[in-house]
Design a protein. Sequence first.
Length: 372
Amino acid sequence: MNTRQPFPLRSIRRLWLPAGLLLALAGSTAAAAAPAQPAGQAPAVAGKAQATFKWHTIKLFSGWKSASTRSLVTGTPAWSLHDGVVYLRGAVTQPANRDLIFGYLPKYASPSKDLYIRIYTKHEIAGTLYVGSNGEMWTYSGDATAFSSLSGVSFPAGSIKSRKLTLENGWKSGNSVYGTGDPAWAVSNGVVYLSGSMTTGKTAWSAFTLPKAARPASELIVSEYTFDSSTGWVEIMPSGKVEVFGPYASQYTSLANLSYPVASTKWRAFKLVDGWKSGATHFRTAAPSYAVINGVVYFNGSMYQPSPTNGLWTRLPAAAKAADVLEIEVGTANGTTGSVGLASGLGLVASAPPGNAEAFTSLASIAYSPSE
């Protein structure tokens, strides 16, 4: 790990909590089972997966083990390089509370710069996944040793060429200090990928404006890693304006693991159940929806539950079902975090306390392979 990482080393020692077992998803059991878009490219559409992922098992070190059990099948921790993008899957646990490093990626699947990514850990607490340019993978903070989910993590490999963003209002690249790359964007196969990190010495929400090719059709609200393993959030407008929020966002904000389909994408609406409502009007986002592009499922929109009942928000359509149980960290009300869980064909949402997710849950930037 880069010795000038955006958190104090002392934080690692104080953040460990006693190891434990992952609680079962509410009322469910696991399932068994180019820099710019080329002119004239056909719009991405929702549909069944057309591409096959080849998964490679991660060799686990230092007492780390797969968190998959008979009652909660999160699958074998693995990685896949698919059309220039690296995807992770599975979940890990370390009852022994030893080293932070749980595995390595090969050189050709490692990022060109260090990455800091928000992930789900036990008890709906956001944790941190570090992926180094040397292939090292660490998980820490939250309740990482008890359960760290790798589901929903992806990042472009070196074959996808990015263009630097022009930062505004005093924001600067964090690369010279943290080795995490300059803020940049790329579009490949109808999907926008942001990368890099940034920092500023003052309070300034507006950080940069995306070019037209990289703008979404509706507002996106995405949870992101900020300084000292804290959580901030990024709001991306259809105009291309990008604003950053959070108590420590000005000290360091990561753009890693932030991807979304281009504006021309055709989305299919989720059928919401048990009192969950679309947040399109309330929060200026899209309605809860999904698309499948080149074998990857993408979510969009936001939702809320005005009369709380439970965490079941949808029954997944066939094209969006995952082979294993997925736990993916998401943004909830007032800059807090929760999780979207996919299990046995059900879409579940949770937070601690539950009221955070009920007041607001963002689905923006969720991406995974159905073979997870």
